[in-house]
Write a protein that binds this ligand. Sequence first.
Ligand SMILES: Cc1ncc(C[n+]2csc(CCOP(=O)(O)OP(=O)(O)O)c2C)c(N)n1
Length: 632
Amino acid sequence: MSILDSVHSPADLRRLSYDDLDTLAGEIREFIVEAVTRSGGHLGSNLGAVELTLAVHRVFESPRDIILWDTGHQAYVHKIVTGRRDDFVTLRKAGGLSGYPNRAESEHDWIENSHASTIVSYAHGLATALEQRAEGAPDRHVVAIIGDGSMTGGMAFEGLNNLGHSGRKAIIILNDNGRSYAPTISKLGDSVARLRVSPLYLRQRARLDRVLHELPLVGDRMERGLQAAVAAVREYFEPRAFFEDLGVRYTGPFDGHDVRGLESALRDASEYDGPIVVHVMTQKGRGYAPAENDPVKRLHDVKPGEVDFTEAKPGSYTAAFTEAIIKAGEEHPELVAITAAMPDSTGLLPFGERFPGRLIDVGIAEQHAVTSAAGMAMGGLRPVVAVYSTFLTRAIDQVMYDVGLHGQPVIFCLDRAGITGDDGPSHHGVLDMALLSKVPNMTILAPSSYQEIGQMLRDALDITDGPVAIRWPKTAARNVPDDEVGHGVSARRVREGRDVCILAVGKMLDAAEAAADALQADGVSVTVWDVRAVKPLDPRMIADAARHPAVVTVEDGIREGGAGSAIADAISVDALEGGHVGPPVCVLGTPVRYLPHGNADAILHEVGLDGEGVAAAARKVLEKIATSDRKD
Ligand SMILES: Cc1ncc(C[n+]2csc(CCOP(=O)(O)OP(=O)(O)O)c2C)c(N)n1
């Protein structure tokens, strides 16, 4: 029996010797590699957090002590030692184990977080509640583990500022592996990078500390002088001053793979009566050669059955964007690309290699990225902000008032739009169209093919009096000949019929065409439009739809307030202006519901956004019309 077999709860860890813990760490790494390469998920971060998680769970008593993870993707080891090891066969599968902490799964999970940089705020809130409600348990701890990448987000800074000011007791463990997806962009990171290139440092510092300690014979002045020298050495290497100026005590850096040392650091920290940062240095991808050798991401995340360093799959929308932005960069020397710590997954790395200095990584800081892009545009650059759809929601205020209100020509390229699947509710990109369509002078484009991406980026660069968003999914893109590529903000009619008009947004064109085939087989004559421009809507498309007895719109975004509802509105206005009542419009989109993780196609099927669902909706409208005609 392995040691891992004997671990069912954190209490089991406390019975183990340090040698056992070493063996256990190896077993956990093997287990994670096997589970994640099978199911897909976050690999590098979890391999780096093994010893840290063991130490945390030996020193603190979860769930009595509150343990929080930022971001939640580094919580696999926490899941394993809190009784969920057997569930890893269902990792990220529908109804199975979530890839993030999940309150429904375990009393050890307090929050469900995959958007970064929230933890210090949660910790402050929980520490406030513990303090004010005491409930006879004044010695409960709040322990928040935050990655160095997540520490670059604005919320983390806001939280630290407030936590330091309040003096509330919370232990913030900075799990510093020097990486977000790519190397972390931060001056805090820089000081730690100095440590990394100076392996002698930890030893030197220990020696200096010892010398100081053993100085009973020297005079006061000399001791003070030495102390100042030690402090100067430390200051140079450590980000101590940054935290302490905010009122948060700093301790570290500690070796994040030495359980014994970590335990002693955490025990000391638990006795401090106020906010404290414990700085821990870990190695992302540790113990698994393919991860250690991945030059950029240290295998941050992998897909089922794949250990692959290249994110943009040939033929994907992301790959089309990579190609398009390099071309655009050649034609527009003023074009710059901005990423919020995801240069690889957004397909921007090749652009950065081709145009050094024109790829700007701002850290996990979408709000700053957007306003900074507004500033760049004001200064004459053409910024392209490439982020996942789900992460732009962080910065809607900035899009609205810093970019939109100022009419700045910032281009937003939104990858992973629509239903993304395995990562669950907080990763589906379903809000972008509903939110961005409320920005007064925003243009929104949705490509339905590989070729449309290049066209849309070129067209977006021609729009100089306001922002443009181009949104695309994670999936493979269809390849089309030139005459099936649209242009500008016009829609494209794909087929022409009489009975029902289906208007599809982006990749939903596939579902619309499948539905049209099925309906046509039943003798229903169908028109299909590729909407292309969600905003402004093409008046030719609206007028054409209005001449049909029934209209169906399809989008992989939230149906309330999204593209379809704007289309329905435009059709009714168009009809009223023509002096008649318009056709019924059935708006298909995602429901206002937190959609759980699972296979993306299965989720689309479940919410009626595949060929079958669209055809069924169209049939229903046509039947209703037929029934009401019979009544008349
Ligand atoms: C607001 C937000 N933007 C972007 C991301 C995408 N993202 C997921 S993990 C990650 C890097 C996190 O780095 P770090 O906190 O250092 O953890 P590590 O993966 O290195 O353990 C990023 C950018 C996110 N989760 N949240």
